[in-house]
Write a protein that binds this ligand. Structure first.
Ligand code: ATP
Ligand code: MG
Length: 452
């Protein structure tokens, strides 16, 4: 610590060599300003009119070059966050340690960040493994480029001139379909191990192959991911699972040795013999929905990924003589707790996951009033989608979700008939409470005692 400080004071780190950027004109890269979102163009032009540098940067430029529609837009500028905020009516500064500005324009939010200096392991505050803890010093545009992870992510597009400023041969790398690390890959992984996951995700999503120099060290450095805060890992896993290329990403993670023993979730996904078909089916489904721009619920996704863990745990508890219902809830908690240490699933998502799981045993009860109550549940649809996936994976018969679908959409008489003909689930071993029936209920007569 003291040595580091002395070195900093007396030998003033030479700033990283600022490479001369290539200025690549539109006829060589083909991105027209009209392809950008209106908000991204507006933010850049307002900043430039006030004398600041401003570029669209990062994923959006890369995606446009590759021919993917950008997910969102980031702008990098020489203006400080306060200066940015002063120029836009709907803008707010977020982040305390490193401030960025969210500028809202119409339905869009543009993330505007001030050029940052490269904070390497020598000059920055790090943990004992070399992970950089703070990355919050403003710098020049060249430094800002050098601190980014991959060359294809360090491209600056100026909507005014339609030129790309390219410090690290990113345009050539896009053309060669290569994901290349800026700087020494080992050092960059040590500074931030999440870059290993980003390499896999971006490679899979964009069809880029990871440059051997960046790919090589991943296997041996994988364990550094253990030191990354659980909330950050969760964000990254969520991005990976919702990228539209989850199946490809996870296969690649397995290939790179990035799953084993690192994230309990990945172990579960990739190494569970029982639920394998279910999990891959669920991931394929998710990928398809993302690519069709349909909404995807993270709660639903995590519920599928962990379901067979819950089932196995639940079975064990039931075999040990516990009652079904409390055993299920205990199993749910056990499985979620096992994840929590490394992967901080947010509380809201945990709530969604539990709702979906807790509905599943209720689909066994196709008699009495229970089915009427179930289809009125706000989470019925998610629960039914989950049920259908279980059926498609072979866990339960296909006619179960079919029955429920018919029941949910049937009229009064047809529902009565469906209830009459429904196969009954085996009665659970525990004692059942008899519930008082409302007189005259639609199904009050001639039905077996309902399970509750
Ligand atoms: P996508 O948005 O498609 O997930 P992205 O590359 O835009 O991909 P973001 O997380 O939005 O990813 O980051 C925006 C930019 O910030 C990146 O393009 C990259 O230049 C830089 N960046 C992000 N994460 C890191 C990191 N861990 N290390 C260095 N630079 C990073
Ligand atoms: Mg992005």
């Amino acid at each position: 610590m003291i040595r580091k400080l002395l070195r900093k004071v007396f030998t003033r780190q030479a700033p990283p060599a600022a490479p001369e950027p290539a200025l690549i004109p539109v006829d060589q890269h083909g991105i027209r300003r009209e392809q950008l979102s209106p908000a991204a163009r507006k933010v850049c032009s307002v900043l430039q009119e006030h004398g600041y540098k401003a570029f669209v940067v990062g994923g959006a430029v890369r995606d446009l070059l590759i021919g993917h529609p950008p997910k969102d837009y980031d702008v990098a500028t020489s203006a400080t966050p306060e200066e940015v905020r002063a120029l836009f009516r709907r803008a707010r500064i977020i982040g305390r340690r490193f401030k960025i500005v969210h500028v809202m324009s119409g339905p869009e939010t543009i993330e505007v960040s001030t050029f940052r200096a490269l904070q390497d392991a020598e000059s920055a505050e790090t943990d004992e493994h070399g992970r950089v803890l703070r990355d919050n010093v403003y710098g020049s545009q060249a430094e800002d480029a050098t601190r980014r992870d991959f060359t294809v992510n360090a491209l600056y597009y100026d909507p005014g001139t339609e030129t790309i400023v390219d410090y690290h041969h990113g345009v050539a790398d896009v053309q060669q379909k290569t994901l290349r690390m800026i700087g020494d890959p080992r050092t960059r992984y040590r500074e931030d191990p999440v870059r290993m996951l980003r390499a896999v995700r971006l490679g899979a999503k964009l069809g880029l192959s990871i440059d051997p120099a960046a790919r090589g060290p991943i296997r041996e450095m994988a364990s550094l991911l253990e030191n990354v805060p659980a909330a950050r890992l969760f964000d990254e896993m969520l991005k990976l699972l919702l990228s539209g290329y989850a199946v490809k990403c996870l296969r690649q993670l397995r290939e790179e040795g990035l799953h084993h023993g690192l994230l309990p979730l990945l172990d579960v996904i990739l190494e569970q013999p029982m639920g394998e078909r279910f999990v891959w089916l669920s991931l394929e489904n998710t990928d398809e929905r993302v690519r069709q721009d349909k909404p995807v619920s993270p709660g639903f996704l995590f519920a599928t990924l962990l379901w067979h863990e819950v089932l196995a745990n639940w079975e064990t508890k039931k075999r040990a003589g516990e009652h079904a219902q409390p055993a299920l809830f205990q199993a749910m908690d056990d499985v979620l707790d096992a994840q929590a240490g490394k992967l901080a699933i947010t509380r809201r998502i945990v709530g969604d996951i539990k709702d979906i799981w807790a509905l599943q045993p209720r689909f066994d009860k196709r008699s009495g009033k229970m089915p009427y109550r179930l289809i009125e549940q706000p989470r019925y649809r998610a629960g039914w989608d989950f049920l259908r996936l279980r059926a498609h994976s072979g866990e339960i018969p296909l006619d179960v979700p079919e029955w429920w679908d018919r029941f949910a959409h049937a009229g009064h008489d047809e529902r009565d008939a469906l209830l009459r003909d429904a196969p009954q689930a085996e009665a659970p071993a525990k004692k059942r409470r008899r519930r008082r029936r409302k007189p005259g209920g639609a199904d009050s007569a001639a039905l077996p005692a309902e399970a509750s």
